[in-house]
Structures are given as C-alpha cells and as structure tokens.
Design a protein around this ligand. Sequence first.
Ligand code: AGP
Length: 619
Amino acid sequence: MCGIVGYVGNRPCRDLLIAGLEKLEYRGYDSAGISLLQDGRIDSVRAVGNLANLRAAVGLEGDGDGAVAVAAPPATIGLAHTRWATHGGVTEENAHPHGDCTDRIQIVLNGIVENHAELRRQLAAEGHGFTSETDAEIVAHLIERHEKGDLTDAVRSAFAELRGHYAFAAMHSDHPGTLVAARQECPLIVGLGDGETFIASAIPAFLAQTRRVLLVDNGEIVTVRASGADLTDGNGATVSRESEEVTWDEDAAEKAGFPTFMLKEIHEQPGAVAETITDRLAATDHVDLSGLELSDELAAGIRRIVIVACGTSYHAGLVGRYAIEQWGRVPVEIDIASEYRYRDPVVGPDDLVIGITQSGETADTLAAMRLARQRGATVMALTNIMGSQATRDADVILFTRAGLEIGVAATKTFTAQVAAMYLLGLWLAQVRGTLGREDIAALITELKGIPSKIATAIESVDERVRAIARSHHEGRFFLYLGRNIGLPVCLEGALKMKEISYIPSDAYAAGEMKHGPIALLDESTPVVCVATESPVLDKVLSNVAEARARGADVIAVATEGSERVAEVADQTLYVPPTDWILQPILAILPLQLLAYHVARLQGLNVDQPRNLAKTVTVE
Ligand code: AGP
C-alpha cells in the first residue's frame, strides 16, 4: 500500500509534504520521492530506503546544499509518495513521482494498473520513452497523450483507459495552481484548509493541518486548487458532496477510525486480495504469473511440491495444497518449518519447495528454504515484503500485496497468501494442462469475485459474531472442527483465538473426534465448525450432530443457501457461495472476527498480544 500526499496553497510545501509522508509510514514502504513545482520548473528527488534518506536528499538533513527546490520563494505546490513496491524492484528509478517524456507532468500512484503492459506497448509504439519498470509510470504518459490545455480533461481521458485498483494524483508545470487526482478502489481523500488544499491516501497525512475532509468516491476525478476542490465523474459531470469534519485523534486516524489495527486489517482484506490477484488475472481465461520467473518447462517438470512455513502461513499452505493438487495435479507435501529443517528431508532437483512467510524473516522458514536449496530443489518464496531475507534465499518469488500488517495476529496476509496459492494452483493447471480453458476461465471469474464477497461477508456476519462472542468470551475452551479443506480454516481460527484471547483452543479433523477429543465436550463447550459446501459436507454434518448430542453449543460457518447446516447447529454464520476450493478465504472471516470480539470483550490488547512478536527471527 503506497502513500500519496499532494499540496497546493500559499505555504512552502516541501516540509509539509515530507511531514505528510512521515504520517503515512505506518502503511509501510521501501522508497519515497517528492516533486515540487516552482516558476514553471519541476524538481524531483527520489530515494530508496526510509524517509531519512529522502530528507537528506532534499536537504532537510545536513547542510542542505544540492537540495531540491530550495529556491526562494519556495514551491507552494507539490506531490510526494511512499512506495510499497509491486511492479519493478526497489530502486530510485522505480520510486515515484514519475514523469512523462518531458517531465512537465508528474504523477504519484497507489495501487495496481492491471492493463499496464498493454498500454506501455501502445505508448512505446507512439514514441514514448520509459525510465522505470513500474506500472504507474504509464499514467504520466497517458496524460501527456491526452493533454490539450486542460489538465482535468487529460486526467479524465487517461483514467478512462486504466484498469485495476489504484488512486493517483498528477501535477503539470503548465498548470502551477492545480493538482488533479482520480480514484478506482484505492483510498483517496481531500483535506480542505484555509487557502490551501491537501490530497492524500489517508487522513493522517494532513490531520495536523486540517480536519475538514472531502471524500472521493470510486470513478471520480478531483481537481484541487488552493481555494478548494471540484469533483467530477468519468463523463465530466459535476459531483456535489458536502465536506465533513474529522474528530479522530492521530492514533485513530492511523487506524482509519477503527479502534485497533487488527480490525482495520480485517476490513482491508478485500483490497489486500484484490491487489494480490488483480493484474495476474487481467485476462479472463489465463493466469499471468510472468513476474514469477518460473519457466513453463520447469513448472511442467515439477515432480513434487513441498511447502514449509510457520503459524498462520502454514495454515495458508494447507489450503494451498488443495488448490495445487486438485487443479494442478502435483503432489504436495507440507510441513512446519521448524520440524522440516531437522528431519533430514528427502528433497532434490525435481522438487519445488515453497517457503510461505509474510514477513520474509522467520528464521525456521528461512532455514528450511536454505536446506532445500542446498539439496538442489528450486525454492520459491511466497512473501509480503520486498527486499526481505526470504527474497534473497529463494530462486523465484511470488509476492502477496497485502501492505504492511501491524497487528501481530495475521489476518489480511493470510487471505492474501491463500489468494496467491489459488493463483499458483490455477497457473500450474494451465501450464500442465490439467484443467481445460473453460474450467480455468470459470475459476478466474469466481476468484475475481472474491474481494467483494469478502467485504459482504464481513459486513453481514459481524453483528451475529459479536452476539456469539458476548455469550462465550468467558469460555474456558474452544473446539474447532472441520474436514478436508475446512480443517486448515479451523486451525487458523483456533490459532487466532489462542494468540489474542489466550483461551485454550483446539482444532481437530472432525472425523477424528470420536477417537478422543469428543471426551472434552460438555454443555459449556463452544464447538466452532466449518461446514461450508465441500465434497465432505455430509460427513461434517454428522460430526456436528455428534458434538451437539453431547450438549456442546455448535457455532457453524456455512455457505449461504445451505439450510441443512442450520438444522444441526445452534448458531449458523453464512458466507457467500463460491467454488468449494475458494470457500476457505471466506469461511475464515467469521473466525477472525470471533477471536477479535472475544479478546476485545476481555479488554485485551489485540494488536500486541502477550509473549508474541510480529516477526519471529529467533530459532
Ligand atoms: C500469526 O497470527 C502469527 N503472527 C504467527 O503465527 C505467524 O504467522 C508466524 O510467526 C509466521 O510468520 P511469517 O508469515 O512472517 O513467517
């Protein structure tokens, strides 16, 4: 999740923009940049690494010589950006702002332009030259292509050609009093000050300067001047909307108004999954993992896949196994990394070993990856962090794009990892010919529908989950039961409950219950069952009935429309229907929320639970 800040007003804005970027650091970044327009000239500076490097580059550290736009009078219009790399490595060239062929136009963008490759080909054929590997740069050239004197019109025409999830802002040296921005899914907000106006990805960027905000909706273009902001739609029609007063303090603003980072990140899952899949599913009938650098030949020759990971990432691997085996027909072995690395595993050249690690720094997973590499296996890192150790210990890298996750309990990185495993399973089916084009196209359509189904599911179950949490937050034990692809969801749900509510919780294969754990059940035991549509739903229902017969309070997660579950459960939480292999990415949501509300009712610090660290770099 990149961070955008823009300013137009009557105050020198270099320091204001840098201060705005500092307020967006919590979004995570690997490089940053700033462009300032003064006397018809745009000065841009970009720097890799943290903001101190950018501050030094613009002369805010040290003696300031050679710095940008220190001319007097200093610039009163500018754009700035923190980059969370998705397309192109972490380099100065790939940092934003990006310019057009003449650098008279500068843009900053957050999100992903799905059809960037196609547009870049067109623009290059028209003679445009590119200086970065990013998807974002094409926006500056598109505006250049359409610019005929009115910046808002040029941005609108460029906007109409883009596909994906993004928000961007543009500045033009011929229009010294105007910034123009547009939004499609990614956040964009205007801060209205006295004789000055801000544009940003999130309110913290300008909250210290103004509390009056104007929301920008999807598909809208906003023209920003010192005097205020004008909203128009894709056809140029004026959109009128009242500005609002923000009452949040800075801490709440960083949490986008949510009480905790964990709840904010639960609600960020539609965006995290969308950004992870968008441009890889640009086509309707095939998956594009060209960024993976794993040749079709190698993929077709893989004898076995081995997944190594820890904690939540291990659970994402368990879901991924179903997708890879069912669709790609490649046998998958999966193990907890801290076990795998010490069991002298049989692994070699025909194996693909996937290390799943959101932080990219988990010691046991890294060690397991290195061991496999030493033994000749091809090693893939599935990670959320560019430049992390895992990216250096792997031959190929598949990135999730969940943005920085601050809550120790992984939520959005889990669903993003599961989405990435679905992409990999589909891609393997594609290159190995184990699924027909129609089946792949049907699954792509289903997968593209997942982000909005996640948003719907969170909205629809939250109130019911709160009620269930109220009746169970003083519980002594939770049992989670599932079968087949539902079992990893139970394991993840139980882990969330353990790590943030500290209530002992166990997840068990439902078919195993009669071999022991059924002895644990009595009237006070809440039994959480994942009973979404799957080839084994009947079996799950009979296990649920066994638990209920022992008086347990059965809380079932079911697929909308499958009434049978409600007949055998005390409470049923419905999630939208989709392909049975995709159901886990929805079924986990009520379980995340249950653990969250139980822990909140106990007044616990869900963002920083006791005894836990976000990244486990020790063995
Ligand atoms: C999950 O909520 C925990 N934070 C923990 O189990 C985590 O998943 C595990 O430490 C693995 O982390 P990684 O994905 O960064 O490797």
